[in-house]
Design a protein around this ligand. Structure first.
Ligand code: G3H
Ligand code: 13P
Ligand code: ZN
Length: 375
C-alpha cells in the first residue's frame, strides 16, 4: 500500500472509483474514512446510537473531532447539498482527510445528507464520501412528496452504484414535517412544501418492511413528526406530535434494520436563552428531548441527525463575544469560543447516545474491503 505522509508535496494518485482518471482516493490511504455501515453494525451489536453531525467548514469538523477524541467516539460527519456548494467538494474532501490523518484512532464515516437524486449521490461517491442518503421521499426538487414507486426506483438505483464500491446507503420513507402544523420545515431549503396529511408525515411500518427488503438499504430514515431547524414543536413533545410508537413498531417488524432519526436536535433551552440574552431574537421553541432519542436507540435507531443544536451553539458563543467585546475584530476571537461551544454539544450527544468509549473497539475497514460483504 502506498503511504501518504502529511507533508508530501503531491499526494499519490490512485485510480478513482468512477471518474475514470487518476486522483487521490481515500480507499488507499493508511487512515481511510470507513463505510458508515460498519459503524451502524457496531452500534447495533452494542446497543448504542451515533450522532451524525452536519458540517460546512473547518471549525465544525474540528469541534466534532475534538469531542470524539475526548470521548473515544466513532464519528459520522455529514454534508448536505447546500454544504457541498458552500464549502466546495475539494475543500470538504481534504478537510475530512485531514481529520482522518490527525485522529487515526477514530473511525470516521463521511455521509451525503439528503441526496435529492441518484446524480447527487453518485457525485458524492466520486468525491470519496463513504455513505450517501438518497432521500426519495421527496422528488428531485427537494420539495414535492414523491410516490412510493419513485422512491423505490431511485433508491435502488443508488444502492446499485454504491454497494459494489462498499459505500453505504440511507433511504427515507415518509416525509419529515410537523404533525402539529402539517408542514415541513423550509428554513434550510430542503423539505416538503404545503400541507401534508398524517399518512405522508408518518412512516407506514408495513411499507417500511417492503422497502427494506426490496431496496436493501443500510439505514432507513423514518418520519415520526420531526422536522429540520429550530421550530419543531410548540410545546414539549408528547406522543401526539412525536410518534416514537412508529419506531417501536418498525423495530418489532425489522429488528435488524438500522433506523435514522432526522430533525433530532434538542434545541436546548439554555442555548435559546443565551442567543436571546446577547441580542438574538429566537421565538420560544422545543426540540426532540434526549430521553426520546434514547428510547429510539433502545428500539433500533442507530443514527441521529443533529445540525441545529450546533448551529445555535456557535451563534450563541459568537453573539456573546460580539456583545461583550465589541472592539474585537480578529475572527479567531469568536471562532475559537464558537468551536468550543459546538464541541461541548457534540460531546454531550456522544455521551448520551452511547457512542462514547467505542472508537477504539471498532476495526476499521476500507470501502474497498467492505464491498465484498455485499456480493
Ligand atoms: O438537512 C438538514 C441539515 O440541517 C442541513 O441543512 O441544507 O442548510 O445545509 P442545510
Ligand atoms: P436538526 O435540524 O434537528 O439538527 O436536524 C438535522 C438533520 O436532520 C439533518 O439531516
Ligand atoms: Zn435531515
Amino acid at each position: 500500500m502506498a503511504v501518504y505522509t502529511p507533508f508530501q508535496a503531491q499526494p499519490p494518485t490512485f485510480h478513482n472509483r468512477s471518474l475514470g482518471r487518476d486522483r487521490p482516493c481515500h480507499q488507499e490511504f493508511p487512515v481511510p474514512l470507513v463505510p458508515m455501515r460498519i459503524l451502524l453494525d457496531h452500534a447495533a451489536a452494542n446497543s448504542y446510537g451515533l450522532a451524525a453531525f452536519n458540517v460546512n467548514n473547518m471549525e465544525q469538523i474540528q469541534a466534532i473531532m475534538e469531542a470524539a477524541k475526548e470521548t473515544d467516539s466513532p464519528v459520522i460527519v455529514q454534508a448536505s447539498r447546500g454544504a457541498r456548494v458552500y464549502s466546495q467538494d475539494a475543500y470538504l474532501r481534504h478537510l475530512m482527510l485531514a481529520a482522518a490523518e490527525l485522529y487515526p484512532n477514530i473511525p470516521i464515516a463521511m455521509h451525503q445528507d439528503h441526496g435529492n437524486s441518484p446524480k447527487t449521490c453518485k457525485s458524492a461517491i466520486e468525491q470519496n464520501f463513504t455513505s450517501v442518503m438518497m432521500d426519495g421521499s421527496l422528488a428531485e426538487d427537494g420539495k414535492s412528496p414523491a410516490t412510493y414507486d419513485y422512491n423505490v426506483q431511485v433508491t435502488a438505483d443508488v444502492v446499485k452504484a454504491a454497494h459494489p464500491v462498499g459505500v453505504s446507503v440511507e433511504g427515507e420513507l415518509g416525509c419529515l414535517g410537523s404533525l402539529e402544523s402539517g408542514e415541513g420545515e423550509q428554513e434550510d431549503g430542503h423539505g416538503a412544501v404545503g400541507k401534508l396529511d398524517h399518512s405522508q408525515l408518518l412512516t407506514d411500518p408495513a411499507q417500511a418492511e417492503d422497502f427494506y427488503h426490496k431496496v436493501k438499504v443500510d439505514a432507513l430514515a423514518v418520519a415520526i413528526g420531526t422536522s429540520h431547524g429550530a421550530y419543531k414543536f410548540s410545546r414539549k413533545p408528547d406522543g401526539a406530535v412525536l410518534a416514537m410508537d412508529r419506531i417501536i413498531e418498525i423495530h418489532r417488524r425489522l429488528p435488524n434494520c438500522h433506523m435514522v432519526m432526522h430533525g433530532s436536535s434538542s434545541v436546548p433551552q439554555e442555548i435559546q436563552d443565551m442567543i436571546n440574552k446577547y441580542g438574538g431574537k429566537m421565538k420560544q421553541t422545543w426540540g426532540v428531548p434526549v430521553e426520546e432519542i434514547q428510547l429510539g436507540i433502545k428500539h433500533g435507531v442507530r443514527k441521529v441527525n443533529v445540525d441545529t443544536d450546533n448551529r445555535m451553539a456557535i451563534t450563541a458563543a459568537i453573539r456573546k463575544v460580539f456583545a461583550g467585546t465589541p472592539e474585537k475584530f480578529d475572527p479567531r476571537d469568536y471562532l475559537k469560543p464558537a468551536r468550543e461551544s459546538m464541541q461541548a454539544v457534540c460531546k454531550a450527544r456522544m455521551i448520551s447516545f452511547g457512542q462514547a468509549g467505542n472508537a477504539g473497539k471498532i476495526k476499521s475497514v476500507t470501502c474497498k474491503e467492505f464491498a465484498k460483504s455485499y456480493s
